[in-house]
Design a protein. Structure first.
Length: 235
């Protein structure tokens, strides 16, 4: 994984990653933290700004609970959240990172929304140490990071996180998203933020989310942040 620990550097020329294309975002704190964290992530500016707005909202409204990310990959989104959490003085909130740290489970497949193109699972040699090193480099002062390694279907039932202020799901495929929603959405507090990365890209993520929310008496309104990311607030 060492060769892709700076994966973000290879896509920084994409229009979706360039500050010049977002003149309406004039907050220098956002751009400072985006510059630090984006090199460890495939998220576009819009995805990062959604995290920025969400954590500022949680801070302003004093929403209790921790921050949970399922599928952290190289850690860019979590690094961004850790930096902003610390900047806002919310260090009592722990950040829980759920990931196999080896890619998608062997043999799983999904389809791209709209095209039906089949995407097969990608596997890596365990890269948790790479992500830890990314944190140490980009956010060396951050503490309160919980590393939960393994398939979420196996680890979530045993997690001790009691309440969640922000829940970010980014494992793309159907079975993992089902497990995340069933195990963690009930712990998302009222007024907490749910972010489903790749709801707009992967059929599995979308189907699992739609099925779960359809069973709720009061589902959140998911809004489109960009092509992949959709987000809402728990009513």
């Amino acid at each position: 994984m060492t060769e892709v620990t700076s994966l973000g550097d290879k896509i920084n020329d994409m229009p979706e990653r360039l500050r010049v294309n977002f003149p309406e975002i004039q907050d220098e704190t956002f751009w400072e933290l985006y510059t630090i964290a984006s090199r460890y992530s495939l998220l576009h500016v819009t995805g990062f700004y959604n995290l920025y707005q969400s954590l500022k909202y949680i801070h302003a409204q004093r929403i209790p609970g921790d921050i949970v990310e399922c599928g952290c990959f190289l850690g860019g989104a979590s690094i961004f959240m850790a930096l902003l959490r610390d900047r806002l003085g919310m260090t009592e909130k722990r950040i829980w990172l759920f990931d196999t740290f080896e890619g998608f489970p062997e043999g799983e497949q999904d389809q791209l929304v709209g095209s039906g193109q089949v995407m097969s699972s990608v596997r890596f040699v365990n890269f948790q140490q790479d992500v830890r090193e990314n944190f140490a480099e980009a956010s060396p002062q951050s503490s309160g990071i919980e590393w939960i390694e393994g398939p979420v279907e196996e680890t979530i039932p045993y997690t001790t996180v009691a309440s969640i202020a922000l829940l970010r799901l980014d494992t793309d495929f159907y079975l993992s998203t089902v497990a995340e929603l069933a195990g963690l959405y009930p712990r998302l507090v009222r007024g907490g933020v749910i972010i489903v990365d790749d709801y707009g890209m992967f059929e599995g993520s979308r189907r699992a989310t739609d099925e779960y929310l359809a069973r709720l008496q009061s589902p959140p309104l998911l809004n489109r942040i960009d092509h992949g990311v959709w987000a809402g607030v728990k009513p």
